[in-house]
Design a protein around this ligand. Structure first.
Ligand code: 5GP
Ligand code: MN
Length: 353
């Protein structure tokens, strides 16, 4: 399959590359690495997404060439007449936003490169592996087969950032010796300083973001004998801190770092409903839990969106935890404890003040 993908890309003249809504480092880094690589091979490339890139990735080489999908004649035409469409870092149409319908409907060769579970099957060629640390790792394999000499700084830097962000700076369980070999290759070919790239991505927080972290962390709670930890991001916390919701990225990992916590959840209140992010340790998988709310992701990192208030989503998720997580030596109650309920009430009331 990898050979077929490389051959389809070599033959193609016009290539569309797209990725998921609310794109993260692996999404944008992979898109730019592939886009910059293909441009060097003389291809006519359109990088187009439903949503804006996060502010801390705007410096990546080529980031200003990523277009926001606007259903304009130019976009629709380019997609319709593309030889190849590459879908990165998601395997479901819905997560592509309105770009999804457009690319699924074309007759062009649709190539999927992804590492999530439970793929849809409307793609013509697929490079997918759940155990891969990142979409970027799979792209590296593609470049390896094609020609590693095509990896210059503008390919290596975004690919490195993609791997770094999806592995929690090379510390999650998806990190392998093989990934480190790829990273070594990227540093040599890209001639960049890893510490500078790390700082570009992670040391750009605002004081407002840190104040938000402080109020979010003060909402911390442990459930089921300390096996499950939660924090909430209310709209009030957001407006009082003055920070943007993007700055909550990574907050949930603070909860997971508590000894004994198996699963950490962060609930983010939005205008339309509540976003839940799930993170877990070891073999306490959370993807099925997220799927039960229409979401999905990886075994140790998933997400879902619940239409309804924060209070509703919180109660629902906590109550259903024992259905999805093996909570050892516990009396698992399906109700929220009195203490949890009281806490939540106080939180909700304080928001109405
Ligand atoms: P995060 O919690 O950082 O938003 O997402 C963690 C992982 O879960 C990501 O790999 C992402 O692909 C997946 N994910 C997050 N939200 C959703 C969602 O609403 N639907 C699906 N299918 N996956 C999601
Ligand atoms: Mn990814």
């Amino acid at each position: 399959m990898l050979e077929e993908i490389v051959s389809a890309l070599k033959k193609a003249r016009r290539v569309v590359i797209t990725t998921h809504t609310r794109p993260d480092g692996d999404a944008i880094g992979s898109q730019l690495a592939l886009g910059n690589y293909l441009k060097r091979q003389g291809k006519d490339v359109l990088m187009v997404n439903q949503d804006q890139s996060p502010y801390n990735l705007e410096w990546l080489p080529g980031a200003d060439h990523i277009e926001l999908y606007d259903a304009s004649l130019r976009h629709v035409e380019f997609i319709a007449h593309a030889d190849v469409v590459v879908i990165l870092d998601t395997n479901v149409q819905e997560r592509l936003g309105s770009v999804g319908k457009q690319v699924r409907g074309t007759t062009s060769t649709k190539i999927l490169v992804d590492h999530h579970t439970d793929s849809e099957n409307w793609f013509d060629l697929t490079l997918k592996r759940e155990s891969a640390s990142s979409t970027a790792e799979l792209l590296f394999e593609l470049f390896e087969l094609w020609d590693l000499d095509g990896i210059d700084h503008d390919v290596a830097a975004p690919l490195y950032v993609a791997m770094m962000t999806d592995t929690g700076s090379f510390r999650f369980s998806n990190v392998s010796a093989n990934l480190h070999r790829m990273v070594a290759e990227l540093i040599e070919r890209g001639k960049f300083d890893p510490s500078i790239l790390h700082a570009e991505v992670y040391d750009k927080k605002s004081i407002e973001g840190i104040k938000l972290l402080s109020s979010v962390l003060s909402s911390i709670e442990l459930h089921y004998n300390g096996r499950i930890g939660t924090v909430v991001v209310t709209r009030r916390m957001l407006s009082e801190s003055g920070a943007s919701v993007e700055e909550t990225d990574g907050f949930v990992n603070q909860v997971l770092s508590i000894e004994g916590v198996l699963v950490a959840l962060i609930f983010t209140e939005t205008e339309r409903g509540t976003k839940i992010s799930f993170r877990s340790k070891g073999d306490h998988f959370v993807h099925k839990w997220a799927q039960s709310y229409g979401g999905g992701g990886h075994r140790n990192a998933s997400g879902a969106f619940i239409i309804g208030t924060l209070d509703h989503a919180f109660r629902k998720a906590i109550a259903s935890a024992p259905h999805f997580i093996n909570l050892p030596n516990l009396e698992t109650s399906s109700e929220l404890s009195d203490e949890d309920a009281a806490y939540l009430n106080s939180l909700m009331n304080s928001q109405n003040n």
